[in-house]
Design a binder for this molecule. Structure first.
Ligand code: 13P
Length: 291
């Protein structure tokens, strides 16, 4: 069942009111860990990779490993290129075998965002069953979270959202609602739930057409995460949490085994901790047993 794009799995998720975990990886151990955790939980899965690790490891290498892992896994798995601002690199990854591409032209003016997103959509749809994610508004870094959350103009305008999805042909859509990448500085980050609800109603009210994406999962409390899912978020991105798991597990293992030179044991420790974080998120998102 296993090689799928994001759109189909997320339409099902939106309809059944759960979210699929979209987990960022930077190496093979992490990739295996997220797959094994999702298989344990019988959950659909989106593996994400940002542009820098994608270029470092190689798009074709990553896509080939993804295919091998996905073909033997009893769950649907998508490989997603995350936050790519370069239209040409989006095409490179689509050609390589990624099954969902995010063109992030959200820093461009509205018309240019539409133009670039449409170009990636047209390309991906013409070469195969590849879905595309677009973004509107500012998903901030942590330094700017409060500023962005309080700045109406930085968040996704619901009317523009409708125009954006209609004019681009995008398959899944990330509206900025105040979430941010990284560990939130405040215990209760300000999120605009009403805005998400309104966008969800406008785009998917009559029929589920364009699943919605929640960026900045790390640090959101379980009740907040569940609320975002209940309001229409069906792809839920987690990155920083897994980076912490990788670095902390590596540090802890080496600190307590300073005289040992066995990299495989570090990998085992890392994999265990990443799997535990992924399983934690899968339970919160309600996608266990949905594969
Ligand atoms: P975090 O790093 O805050 O989990 O955000 C992940 C994300 O949105 C990736 O696109």
């Amino acid at each position: 069942m296993s090689i799928v794009n994001a759109k189909d799995m997320l339409i099902k998720a939106t309809g059944e009111k759960y979210a699929v975990g979209a987990f960022n990886i930077t190496n093979l151990i992490q990739m295996e860990a997220v797959v094994e955790a999702a298989v344990n939980k019988k959950a659909p899965l989106i593996i994400q990779i940002s542009v820098t690790p994608s270029k470092f490891l190689g798009a074709i290498v990553l896509a080939d490993i993804y295919k091998t892992l996905a073909e033997s896994a009893p769950i649907p798995i998508c490989l997603h290129l995350d936050h790519c601002t370069d239209v040409e690199y989006c095409k490179v990854c689509a050609d390589a075998g990624y099954t969902n591409i995010m063109i992030d032209a959200s820093k461009q003016i509205f018309q240019e965002n539409i133009k670039q997103t449409k170009e990636v959509c047209d390309y991906c749809h013409s070469i195969g069953n590849i879905s595309v994610e677009g973004e509107l508004g500012t998903v901030s870094g942590i330094e700017d979270q409060v500023k962005v959350a309080e700045d109406e103009a930085a968040l996704c305008d619901p009317g523009q959202a409708l125009t954006f999805v209609e004019q681009t042909g995008v398959d899944i859509f990330a509206p900025a609602i105040g979430t941010a990448h990284g560990v939130y500085k405040t215990k209760n980050p300000k999120l605009d739930f009403d805005r998400l609800e309104k966008i969800s109603e406008l785009i998917n009210g009559e029929e589920i057409k364009i699943p919605l994406v929640i960026h900045g999962g790390t640090g959101l409390k379980p009740d907040v995460s569940k609320k975002l899912v209940s309001l229409g978020g069906s792809k839920f991105n987690v990155s920083t949490d897994l980076k912490h798991a990788l670095i902390d597990a590596t540090h802890n293992y080496i600190s307590s085994h300073r005289d040992e030179y066995n990299p495989g044991k570090i990998d085992i420790a890392v994999k265990k901790d990443i799997m535990s974080r992924v399983e934690y998120w899968i339970d919160i998102l309600g996608c266990a047993g949905k594969a």
